[in-house]
Write a protein that binds this ligand. Sequence first.
Ligand code: ADP
Ligand code: ADP
Ligand code: MG
Length: 465
Amino acid sequence: MVKRVLIANRGEIALRIIRACRELDIETVAVWSQADESALHAQLATRSLCIGPARAADSYLNQEAILSAALATRCDAIHPGYGFLSENPDFADRCVREGLKYIGPSGDVIRKLGSKSAARSLAREAGVPVVPGSDGALKNLRQARSLAEAVGYPVLLKASAGGGGRGMRQADGPDGLEQAFQEARAEAAACFGDGELYLEKLVVDPRHIEFQIMADTQGHVVHLGERDCSIQRRRQKLVEESPSKALTPALREEMGRAAVAAAKAAGYVGAGTVEFVLSPEGQFYFIEMNTRIQVEHPVTELVTGIDLVKEQLRVASGLPLSFAQEEIKVSGHAIECRINAEDPEREFVPCPGTTTFLHLPGGPGVRVDTALYTGYEVPPYYDSLVAKVLAHGSTRLEAVRRMRRALEELIIEGYPTSAPLAHLIMHDPDFVRGRYDTGYLDRNLDRLLELARTCDQLMEGDDKQ
Ligand code: ADP
Ligand code: ADP
Ligand code: MG
């Protein structure tokens, strides 16, 4: 088993990894930027060291500094978490060249799947349905035009290097194509340093359904069921749940088989996620594979009882998976709400600030993953995710009720968060019925916020009486 792991990340995911290591008697080395001296991950690891200035490019993305820290502290492995260097194939290769185990798939596998247009081809060759669209990258606007005619509008222009919902534009007809093409290319170049685009037909009113997979170096590949991540704002996930109301047992089995086939075709090792869109007619299409632990992985942990981070550490140590496909049982229902330091009233603009007061929910069936504490100042340099609140129940409605009361117990003071919006979603009849698709939040946001404002006004009136 690995003995000492450097965690090349921060925030709640760094804590999550420290916790798994502790339970396995593995030592941890945390790295922190100058903005994170008082961050919890720097306090809770066995050792911790500063790797540079606040800017991510100078610290959490600084490969040299991270590798030197790992070698200086005699680590034998590096866990990249999510974001930052977690999907950088060169970093994975460099770790291995320095004699360190990289907790994730090999650089070659990350490279193969990191280009979303190449991943499409790989999935198609493995017999997994992909959205109708381009065969590899687009050469120019003219080719985009003829492909869009062939598959039919609306279409999406997507960055091959894309992630986090960025570098993607929709064209509803020939008139909008050029603008979508230019905008997607410019955003892709600015965000990812790579303007390569591909084209997909837009699946209308789909659900985002993804499968957690796990593979070991002995060649076993299993899936741990799905997560429904259709509650999204600007193509970024806000609420996730498992199981999905949209799947029948037969469809679940078919999609799970497809996810495993895609992972096998890539020679996958470790934890990964195969993402699909599912049309209202029940047709599913591969969209991408994420080669890392995902933000929403605890949803799967709650319903399967499997610790995915411990399993990652086992696999990186060369041990086989601790379970076979038929031993994985999904029990009850789990929901996650991402709590971001941002203002839903102002187009979700990030609102970092000082946490003047914090109270976290607890009790039966509630899990909170966070690196917050009272007095902690959320730095403006990184992701706005500050907490993940999860609820597990024996039925979906019990999970919904638990999530409602967990969000009522949660107090974060000092900056606006997405928690009140999550609470409203938990009371929306369409959500409670499980009837929603990826357009749900865009369609309902104004109505939900208006509802909240009206309630606030009524309460204020009552206060005055
Ligand atoms: P996915 O949609 O693939 O599940 P996640 O929501 O888990 O992706 O986030 C993808 C990665 O991108 C995460 O590692 C997260 O830290 C990062 N990320 C998410 N949103 C943003 C953003 N707005 N800007 C930069 N990075 C982001
Ligand atoms: P990212 O790499 O940014 O996570 P994805 O390709 O996973 O990008 O897509 C992000 C989201 O965009 C999906 O969850 C879904 O809501 C939407 N989306 C992507 N491709 C399609 C498509 N072909 N049709 C409809 N919606 C799509
Ligand atoms: Mg995605």
